[in-house]
Design a protein around this ligand. Structure first.
Ligand code: BTN
Length: 227
């Protein structure tokens, strides 16, 4: 890592959720405190969805004062793809291998800080009901990884990437699995279809159909296809 003591790591065998732990204790920790748990008993993802967090996966969160959450979320996602070039980013910041999700990132705001939680399937078992949607690094690379070693490599990348603002968004676009593709997306209760023509530093995707261009900040991707 460029700065040895940039991050301060707190390790736990088990926690309900590393995000929740930082959220509940945010005033005790300095910026760039990292909380990692071998397992989470109540891990959650975006929209409060359950996040399967058994032993063998990498479940961690860090806290930072910022007015630009999207910068830090993207910094985390591009740092993972820097290490594993076979992976791609599914807007906004899910990490995919082909059609399977490998990692998810959840940010939560508390006062002037955000907590960025990273869930990366490493050696953990993927449940039968998730097998058609999720995959682990072990499944992809056919080997086991040291989660502690992986954490250090990811944090080191996050530090390096965070030094260059533009570079993060450049990589975020380059690593995108949807840019240039035909996209079907649900926004509130409407479904839109079109070509993804751009991804903006604000986090918006630009969807173009025969009539006009639409900027979308929040939405659930239904599918993406080659044009
Ligand atoms: C998502 O794709 O919905 C985001 C998943 C985020 C999961 C991580 S695991 C570490 C941290 N603690 C949690 O409870 N959630 C995040």
């Amino acid at each position: 890592m460029g700065e040895n003591n940039f991050f301060e790591i707190r390790e736990f065998k088990s926690l309900p959720s590393t995000n929740l732990y930082l959220k509940e204790n945010y005033d005790e920790f300095r910026d760039f405190t990292v909380v990692i748990a071998d397992a989470q008993t109540n891990g959650y993802g975006r929209k409060g969805r359950e996040w399967n967090s058994s032993k063998g996966g990498l479940w961690f969160s860090f806290i930072v004062s910022t007015d630009d959450p999207f910068f830090w979320i993207s910094c985390a996602s591009v740092s993972i793809v820097d290490l594993f070039p076979e992976l791609k980013i599914k807007w906004p910041n899910d990490i995919y291998f082909q059609n399977f999700k490998v990692a998810g990132i959840l940010s939560e705001k508390i006062k002037d800080k955000i907590i960025v939680g990273v869930g990366l399937n490493v050696n953990n078992n993927i449940n039968d009901e998730l097998k058609d949607k999720a995959i682990s690094l072990t499944n992809i690379y056919k080997k086991k990884f040291s989660t502690k070693n992986l954490l250090n490599r990811i944090l080191s990348k996050i530090y390096d990437n965070s030094q260059n603002y533009e570079n993060i968004f450049e990589k975020w676009r380059n690593y995108s699995i949807i840019l240039g593709k035909k996209l079907t997306i649900k926004v509130s209760d409407k479904i839109y279809q079109g070509k993804v023509v751009d991804l903006l530093n604000t986090g918006e995707l630009v969807l173009s159909d025969s009539n006009h261009k639409r900027k979308i900040l929040y939405g659930d991707i239904i599918r993406w296809e080659e044009i």
